[in-house]
Design a protein around this ligand. Structure first.
Ligand SMILES: Cc1ncc(COP(=O)(O)O)c(C=O)c1O
Length: 474
């Protein structure tokens, strides 16, 4: 790809990310007089209506995990009742700390707090709420880095992670100056303990496993991986951002879910997203630590600042208490039975999709998951299949290494008729591809499909351009 081709790709990106250009005014400076509130609300409603169909009808992978109008109205009401509250001012709004403490306690309860072999000696599992999965992971890695320095004198730390671990761990490594050591996974997409062990040395600050991983939705052998950490005094993090509110319930429903939580003595921290299968409003996740001493690695405090004594548990200062309230309200309103019911629907829908895909001979399922269907093709360019599905209104995730597609199943996907429609559209699209051998995807350059990339323009340029386009106002 050369620079002209890059501009063409970015023009396509722009047309998809900026559908409102020319339709509404572009606001690049404050209006002299305030715009009437009615007009502002009308504009928002118009955009919302344009965007609503794809996610609400269930045509998207992941993204919105509940989304029933009645549920959203409830959470919006909870948000509105708490819009001003901020746990930074705990004395002003003690209810914010009630929400956070109880969200953490309930999440810890789901994730093995009561089965923790150390609960009687270390005071048990604690945590805090962050703004999302990435935020929880950033905090876990930073704490592990500081723990390794304090406990083992590690000054040049590494993070040992399977290649399937979420990109947030690479972001954390970049932000907090750890060298990422990325270890290949097996043909089922799972971390290989033997290979992970070989990557450990005296510099290792943190080991990572996922339950489950984002790409193929598979669960790493957390028991063996966490033992590797425990035997060496190395922090082990289970990334349950995606599955934390689903796997425990799948297990209770009798599905075969390997151990991954604090019942394993080697698990030091767990990230678990309330804003995914917890069904809360976007913007919250829980980071749990095996005990209070470990949580203290995150605390910030300063005693000689002119602004007064200052302390804060997470990287943010002020935090949206309303999102703590929606997480709390979502968990109470779902209850254990609500989560069991939702999990049953999601696992059943995933099974239906997987069975349907396995009947299409040109497609090959990747890994085994209760909440994701990842698949590829040895017969054609899988991204071309993604393009055809997009034309039919689907917003499916594109994976790479190897090229594949994936559909994260949510309650939206579990609505009646959605899985059947997906499979029908998939079969139609495969038929079409069979009649057009050699068809290539317009998405190929984005995924770095070899022949489109040369030295003039790198994939980094595309990714940087993609983000820059988002900030364009015209
Ligand atoms: C396994 C896993 N970890 C971490 C994340 C990051 O979560 P967020 O997008 O909320 O930052 C995701 C997101 O899908 C995920 O699936």
């Amino acid at each position: 790809m050369n620079k002209d081709e890059l501009d063409m790709v970015l023009a396509v990106v722009k047309s998809s990310l900026k559908p409102y250009l020319g339709k509404f005014s572009s606001n690049e400076r404050l209006p002299e007089e305030g715009v009437p509130k009615k007009q502002i609300l009308k504009e928002i409603c118009e955009m919302r209506e344009v965007e609503r169909h794809t996610w609400q009808e269930g045509y998207v992978s992941g993204a919105v995990y509940h989304g029933d109008p009645e549920w959203m109205n409830f959470l919006n009401e909870v948000y509105a009742l708490n819009a001003e509250i901020n746990p930074l001012h705990a004395d002003l709004w003690p209810r914010a700390t009630r929400f956070e403490a109880e969200v953490v306690a309930m999440t810890a309860d789901i994730l093995g707090k009561n089965n923790s072999p150390t609960k009687n000696t270390d005071g048990g599992v604690v945590g805090f709420v962050t703004s999302g999965g990435t935020d929880s992971i950033l905090h876990a890695v930073r704490c592990a880095r500081d723990h390794a320095q304090k406990e083992r004198g590690v000054t040049n730390p590494t993070i040992v992670m399977p290649t399937s671990a979420h990109a947030a761990f690479l972001k954390a490594a970049q932000y907090f100056c750890l060298e990422p050591i990325r270890v290949a996974v097996d043909d089922q997409g799972r971390a290989v303990p033997r290979e992970m062990e070989a990557a450990i040395d005296e510099r290792t600050a943190i080991l990572v496993g996922s339950a489950p991983s984002f790409p193929w939705g598979v669960i790493d052998p957390i028991e063996e991986l966490s033992e590797l950490g425990h035997a060496r005094g190395i922090w082990f993090h289970t990334d349950c951002c995606l599955g934390g509110f689903l796997l425990p319930f799948a297990s209770q429903l009798g599905y075969d879910i390997p151990k991954f939580d604090f019942a394993l003595k080697g698990v030091t921290s767990i990230s678990c997203d309330t804003h995914k299968y917890g069904y809360a409003t976007k913007g919250s996740s829980v980071l749990l630590f095996r005990n209070k001493d470990l949580r203290h690695y995150s605390y910030f405090k300063v005693t000689d600042w002119p602004g007064g004594l200052y302390n804060s548990p997470t990287m943010a200062g002020s935090r949206p208490g309303a999102l703590l309230a929606t997480a709390w309200a979502a968990m109470l309103a779902m209850g254990k039975n609500g989560y069991l019911e939702a999990t049953e629907k999601i696992v059943a829908t995933t099974k239906k999709l997987r069975e349907g895909i396995s009947e299409i001979k040109e497609l090959r399922l990747l890994g085994n998951s209760v909440l994701v269907t990842a698949f590829t093709s040895d017969a054609f360019d899988i991204y071309a299949l993604g393009d055809l599905m997009s034309e039919k209104g689907w917003n499916i995730g594109g994976l790479q290494l190897p090229p594949a597609l994936h559909m994260g199943v949510t309650l939206r996907t579990a609505q009646p008729g959605v899985a059947t429609k997906f499979l029908t559209d998939l079969a139609d699209s495969v038929k079409k591809l069979n009649s057009e051998p050699g068809r290539q995807s317009v998405m190929a350059p984005i995924y770095g499909v070899g022949k489109h990339i040369d030295t003039e323009v790198s994939l980094d340029d595309i990714l940087v351009g993609y983000l820059d386009v988002q900030y364009d106002t015209r």
